[in-house]
Design a protein around this ligand. Structure first.
Ligand code: KG4
Length: 335
């Protein structure tokens, strides 16, 4: 089979990202213009400002991705673009650029679900990885266990009923004064901390693989406030370590349950929170004990990037998926 080159475009939140990937697995370029430093002053992403910054960055990012890969637009077989879920104004920038390029060049357009992109990041890091496997998808807005039966055939087995794991970490990071982006700062703050210093409740729901993190978050808020009222302050390293370890354990428990239910022993992690060192550690330890094969992407490919969209787009493209210019941004796109 001839090589297939996909240009992947991602703009669902605060990264304008573009990449060229060969045959769904081989990264030829990976350009990311991150706005994180800019949004830090506001304590979170300001949607309108994010959209405007995407407008400024999108064209140079695409241009650099093509030149870094040493290809031109005419070499590209399909343009894959995130069309949801995400911030509507942000999504529209990447999508409009992709549609414009497709209309002008005749190159097919393939819309990609952002979360399926996160799962595909594993294909870029592990050339031997093939479905079926289970994927714990943990990002800022989503937490779900997905059964990946084939490259384009996936089913959600369990999801959060309230906060996403990333949201639960980000919100507490803000309360303890770590600011934005909270996830990586909490991870750093917890290094060397005692994971048993603070005890948090685990929401174990019967007969489901769903998660709930709102009780855990409230318990953490109460601990912080009670300490403040007493004129004390929490030990940040111990608190951050215990909190993240607790979230990691909850994620692990349901993933193990899903593995036992399905008989699938190949487990992938995906999404921004899969960069978390506490999460990786509990999964590494348990995989060793239970004989599970564990995969998680390189740190750079855990958070939003264009390469994962190009990879997911490749598998959609060879499966025959094509979108028309009427493809619209879907901020709440279902999995
Ligand atoms: O996947 P992602 O880049 O964007 C979404 O699609 O949501 O994930 C962003 C999330 C944020 O909640 C961020 O705080 C979290 O990933 N994150 C981390 C770490 N790095 C990023 N959370 C915990 N530990 C990290 N090291």
């Amino acid at each position: 089979m001839e090589d297939v080159l996909i240009l992947g475009i991602e703009s669902s939140c605060d990264e304008t990202a573009c990449s060229v990937v060969r045959n769904g697995r081989e990264l030829l370029s990976d350009v990311i213009a991150s706005q994180a430093d800019f949004h830090e002053q506001y304590g979170g992403v300001v949607p309108e400002l994010a959209s405007r910054m995407h407008v400024d960055s999108i064209y140079p990012t695409i241009k650099k991705a093509l030149s870094d890969a040493n290809v031109s637009l005419k070499d590209i077989d399909a343009i894959a673009v995130t069309y949801g879920p995400g911030l509507v104004g942000a999504l529209l920038v990447g999508l409009s650029a992709a549609k414009g390029l497709s209309a002008a060049s005749g190159i097919p357009l393939v819309g990609v679900n952002h979360l399926k992109g996160h799962i595909a990041a594993n294909y870029l890091c592990f050339p031997e990885l093939e479905p079926p496997f289970l994927c714990l998808c943990v990002s800022g807005g989503n937490t779900m266990i997905v059964k990946v039966s084939d490259y384009t055939d996936m089913e959600v087995l369990g999801r959060t009923r309230d906060d996403a794991a990333g949201e639960a970490i980000d919100k507490i990071a803000r309360v303890v004064g770590l600011g934005y982006p909270g996830g990586p700062k909490m991870d750093k703050a917890g290094q060397g901390g005692d994971i048993n210093a603070y005890t948090f409740p685990h929401a174990h729901m019967k007969d489901t693989l769903d998660f709930s993190f709102s009780g855990l978050k409230t318990a953490a808020l109460n601990m912080i406030n009670i300490d403040r009222q007493k004129g004390n302050s929490i030990d940040l390293a111990d608190f951050a370590a215990s909190y993240q370890h607790s979230i990691a354990n909850t994620l692990l428990t349901n993933t193990i349950k899903a593995s036992q239910m399905t008989g699938i022993t190949k487990i992938c992690l995906a999404g921004g929170v899969s960069a978390n060192s506490f999460l990786r550690k509990v999964f590494d330890e348990e995989a060793g004990k239970r004989g599970l094969t564990l995969y998680y992407p390189d740190l750079r490919l855990c958070t939003d990037n264009g390469a994962m969209i190009a990879s997911a787009g490749y598998f959609e493209y060879i499966n025959g998926t094509r979108h028309g210019l009427d493809l619209n941004a879907k901020p709440s796109l279902e999995f």
